[in-house]
Design a protein. Sequence first.
Length: 453
Amino acid sequence: MSLRLKINLIVVALTFVFASAILALELRSMRESVHEETAAANRVASLLQGQALRYAAQGTPAMLAFLQSIGRIRSNDLTLFDAQGRELYRSPPPTYKAGRDAPDWFSALVGPTTAEQSILFPDGKLVVQANPSRAEVDAWDYMSSLAIGALVFLVVVNGLVFWLVGRAVRPLGQIVHALNQVQGGRFDTMLPPLASTEAAAIGAAFNHMVRDLQGHIETERRAIRAESQLSDSRELSRWIDKHIEAERRMIARELHDELGQSVTAMRSMALSIASRVRSLDPQSEQAARLIADESSRLYDAMHGIIPRLTPLVLDNFGLAEALNDLVERTQRTQPDVQIALDVDLADAVLGADASLALYRAAQEGITNAMRHGQAARLRLTLQSSNGEVRLELVDDGAGFAPEDLQRSGHHGLRWLAERVQALGGAFEIDNVQPHGARLQVRVPAVGTKETTT
């Protein structure tokens, strides 16, 4: 049910109640008027009885002549009977609104109880009976006119209210239409200036809401595009990272297998030449030994580069041996640094990407602890529990400030965090008391040795 129809029904109900109350009051007034008129006619009839008794003493002809001379008395019917009960005279019918009577139900509603009086005399009887039919007709005509007027008033007022309410609620239709358009995806819908104060306020609020909604939608679209671009960038970064690791592994194997053998062969040949020319040409012997020494230094430098490119020990012997090799090489280059290693993988099995991520985490953590934290003691722990492998590195260095991770010097940690998160793991770094930092990396294991065999 629309608001317009509700308002019209309310106005119709109120108008009907008002008209019914007016009609009820008028009906009560009419009933009192008819009763009063009938009572007055009865008093007239009572006065008539005195006159009739004098004529009755003179006989029936005198009574008949008297009645014929007075004619009709309002609101009363006179009937004369002889001694045998035959009707000798009846009052003439009323000429006022002759031939018309009020409906029986209306007469019963407003009319009084009819009274009948009889005057007996020796030759007959005179019957006087109240007859309020003319008063009832008058009341019926007035009530009919009043009811028709009330009906016309009801129709006119409600028609006028229907038109005025229609004009008043017309802006609501525009608002509903605009809301439906927004619901259908038309987020550029705007309302024109509306007429009434309330509608204008609603329209202004709607337009403000649409503008805010457009801003939020545009922001969300930008966020979705940025998220998509970020996802693509991360996917590209992971793809590049995998290819870089593959290239590093290939270069490291080439250095180890091809260049390493070549350098070893060069050193062996130089030493062989030096032995052969020792007594024949001292200068050639010195040159050959110089080539052998340089080959040896080149071999050592090459073997120092290979673990930085990729941990071949990780591919050949596993994560535990790779971490042990990392700790030994670090302590050879940094004899003042003490690193305690504790590895307990139990029966956990890690994928190649997870093993490489943990190794890189240990490598990056040790480098940052010594370079930025100036740490002298480090504890590296690798343990498995509840289907995941946790690597923890604790140092006694200077620690770090959380905002340091956002500076340009810590790209390695951010790259490491994204790499671990891409594997479904967790990356945490925080300070420890009284001083130092703790790096924790957790990655899921792919299974156990029993389930993979």
